[in-house]
Design a protein around this ligand. Structure first.
Ligand code: CA
Length: 243
C-alpha cells in the first residue's frame, strides 16, 4: 500500500502500525510523488492525506483515477469543510476518514479496501470462462421486446458494467453496490446489508458514505442514459428499477 502523508510523525506511526499488520508500506510526502508512485507500483490501497504541501489531495485522487489507477483510495481529511467537498463531488475515492481517527478504525478501513482490491485482481483466470450472455445471432422473431436503448449489463466476474455498448467506469465501491442490487433486480437491499457487504462487517456510525456512493452511481448511470435506475426506498434501502 501507499501512504501519502506530509506529517512525518503521523506517517511514522501509521507505517509502524500497518507494517505490523503485514502490509508492505511505501511512504511519500507530496502529491506529485503520490501520483508517480501509485501509477508506477500500483499498490492495492492508497491512503491519501488531503492536506499536502504541493497539491490538493482531491486533485491527486482525481488524477489517479484519470490515469487509470483502480485500487482502493482512502482519503484522510482533517477539516470538516474539506469533508463536505469530498462528499459533494466525485473525485473517485472509495472511502474517507476524518481526523482524528483511531488506529483501529484506520486498520479496519485499509483491511476492507485491501480485501476488495485482492478480489478484483484474480490470481489466475479460469481456463473455461463462461460464455457471455447467450444472445444468439438470430434471435427468435417471436414477439421481441422493443429495444428502447439504455440497457444496463453487469458482468460480475469481470467487474465491468455497460449501458448498451458504452462501458461505465465505476469505482470498486460503486460496482459492489450495483452488483448487490443487480443480484436481485427489483428487490430492496437494506442499508445495513449494503454497509456490511460493501464496506465492512464491523461498520458502525454514519452511513453517509453509502449515500454518497449511491449518489455517484446514480449520476453515472443517468449520464450513460441507463433506463435502469437506483431507487431509494426511504428508511429501508435501495433497489434497481427499470424505467
Ligand atoms: Ca497533511
Amino acid at each position: 500500500m501507499l501512504l501519502v502523508e506530509d506529517d512525518e510523525d503521523v506517517a511514522g506511526t501509521l507505517q509502524r502500525v500497518l507494517k505490523k499488520e503485514g502490509y508492505s508500506v511505501e511512504w511519500v510526502a507530496t502529491g506529485q510523488e503520490a501520483v508517480t508512485t501509485a501509477l508506477g507500483s500500483r499498490p492495492d490501497v492508497v491512503v491519501l492525506d488531503l492536506g499536502l504541501p504541493d497539491m490538493d489531495g482531491l486533485d491527486v485522487c482525481q488524477e489517479l483515477r484519470e490515469q487509470g489507477y483502480d485500487g482502493g483510495i482512502l482519503m484522510v481529511t482533517a477539516r470538516a469543510d474539506e469533508l463536505d467537498r469530498v462528499l459533494g463531488l466525485d473525485y473517485g475515492a472509495d472511502d474517507y476518514l476524518a481526523k482524528p481517527y483511531g488506529v483501529a478504525e484506520m486498520q479496519a478501513r485499509v483491511r476492507a479496501l485491501a480485501r476488495r482490491s485482492a478480489r478484483r485482481t484474480p490470481v489466475g483466470a479460469p481456463g473455461s470462462a463462461p460464455a457471455p450472455d447467450a444472445t444468439p445471432a438470430e434471435a427468435p422473431a417471436a414477439a421481441p421486446a422493443p429495444v428502447l436503448g439504455g440497457v444496463l449489463r453487469v458482468d460480475v466476474p469481470a467487474r465491468r458494467v455497460w449501458v448498451d455498448d458504452e462501458e461505465v467506469a465505476l469505482t470498486p465501491k460503486e460496482f459492489d453496490v450495483l452488483a448487490l442490487l443487480h443480484a436481485e433486480p427489483g428487490a430492496v437491499v437494506s442499508r445495513d446489508d449494503l454497509m456490511t457487504q460493501v464496506w465492512d462487517e464491523h461498520w458502525f456510525g454514519s452511513t453517509k458514505t453509502l449515500d454518497v456512493t449511491v449518489g455517484r452511481l446514480r449520476h453515472k448511470l443517468t449520464t450513460a442514459a441507463s433506463t435502469t435506475e437506483v431507487v431509494t426506498v426511504r428508511g429501508v434501502g435501495f433497489r434497481l428499477e427499470n424505467g
